[in-house]
Design a protein around this ligand. Structure first.
Ligand code: NAP
Ligand code: ZN
Ligand code: ZN
Length: 347
């Protein structure tokens, strides 16, 4: 067993405080990782504040993890000490259902085992996440990070990155496709970078005009702040794919009306309340309303390789652990460019 240091939410909605805990002794297939950076995802806040229902406390959040292998178990074959690696939103799954076998572990029939806020598959230990200096994970749920990438901007790829990369690939984004990204936050800004790199025409929808220069610099072709009724009328039936990354409710009917025949609006942001959508806007032009959740291990590796090739990382603000509570507040206020990343070597 190894002693780990980190930050935890001790009771629902409480502020995060320093927290010490044990990581399990290495099993034969385990990799022990000295974490260097952990991203702050809005999902950490939703869970720490029980916005998605009952959660498990104490909670060490964090599922955007990057670091170096410190040691490996006896049967580990893919990793060796010193290697740069990442861990994302899940650390295990059943490994035998058709989705796991297809490399879509995030859709495991038994449910994936999250990186935190869940019991591990032994049913006894609580999974603690990446707001810490150390983690132990089975090698099958660890990915290799290209050394050519700027390490500070890598951690957010493990959730924000893959969550946008996966639907862009699934709905075959490429040259000639018109893609909309609603919300330029941690997830949204990765969507802009990926859709641009894949050759699509990219429009960002944002709830203020503050982020326009950044969006254009990231590769957006158009930026629309608070689209007007007029905009929706004029641009109806013109988008192939729209990805909604907003953490609060948006008017889906209006955005659905922007889709052309067979176009798809993908829900990615996860506000607490259900949406209401009139059937008419879906029937018309055979539009689809879909959802997408992170990505599986093979796709995570594919995305990291793509990032290595295209030199894509997240735009980050690196913080010390003592700033985590302020960072959560600023994330809720959309005051982050574009992901907070904790320097976990300072725990
Ligand atoms: P984030 O960095 O806080 O970004 C959310 C963006 O939503 C903001 O930057 C802002 O963009 C927009 N927004 C925020 N408050 C708003 C308001 N009051 N009115 C209108 N727009 C507002 O969050 P994130 O980490 O990217 O996560 C976004 C959502 O995705 C969260 O709900 C998170 O839980 C969820 N998520 C889903 C998955 C998945 O697998 N599907 C994975 C990770 C996260 P603008 O300023 O540009 O308007
Ligand atoms: Zn996340
Ligand atoms: Zn499974």
């Amino acid at each position: 067993m190894a002693k780990a240091r980190g930050y935890a939410v001790l009771t629902p909605k409480a502020e995060l405080v320093p927290f010490e805990f044990d990581r399990r002794a290495l099993r034969p297939g385990d990799v022990e990782i000295s974490i260097t950076h952990a991203g702050i995802c809005h999902s950490d806040i939703h869970q720490g504040r029980e916005e998605w229902g009952q959660a498990l406390f104490p909670m060490v959040p964090g599922h955007e993890i990057v670091g170096r292998v410190a040691s490996v178990g006896a049967s580990v074959s893919k990793f060796s000490p010193g290697q740069l690696v990442g861990v994302g939103v899940f650390i295990d799954s059943c490994r035998k259902c058709e989705n796991c076998l297809a490399g879509l572990q995030q859709y495991c029939s038994e449910g994936m085992t999250g990186t935190y806020n869940t019991m591990e598959r032994d049913g006894k230990s609580v999974a603690y996440g990446g707001y810490s200096n150390l983690i132990v994970v089975d090698e099958n749920y660890v990915v290799n990070v290209p050394e050519s990438l700027d390490i500070q901007g890598v951690a957010p790829l493990m959730c924000a990155g893959i969550t946008l990369y996966s639907p862009l690939r699934h709905w075959e984004t490429g040259p000639g496709k018109r893609v909309g990204i609603i919300g330029l936050g941690g997830l949204g800004h990765m969507g802009v970078k990926f859709a641009h790199a894949m050759g699509a025409h990219v429009t960002v929808f944002s709830h203020s005009d503050r982020k326009k220069p950044d969006a254009l610099a990231m590769g957006a072709d158009e930026f629309v702040a608070n689209p007007s009724e007029e905009y929706f009328k004029k641009n109806g039936n013109s988008f192939d794919l729209i990805l909604n990354t907003v953490s609060v409710d948006v008017n889906l009917e209006l955005y659905l009306s922007l889709l052309r025949l067979n176009g798809t609006l993908v829900l990615i942001g996860l506000p607490g309340k259900p949406y209401q959508v009139p059937a008419g806007v879906l029937l018309n032009k055979r539009r689809r309303l879909a959802g997408s959740m992170i990505g599986g291990i093979p796709e995570l590796q594919e995305m990291l390789n793509f990032c290595g090739e295209k030199q894509i990382t997240s735009d980050v603000e690196v913080i010390e652990p003592s700033y985590i509570n302020n960072a959560w507040e600023r994330t809720v206020a959309s005051d982050v460019k574009y992901r907070f990343v904790i320097d976990t070597t300072k725990f």
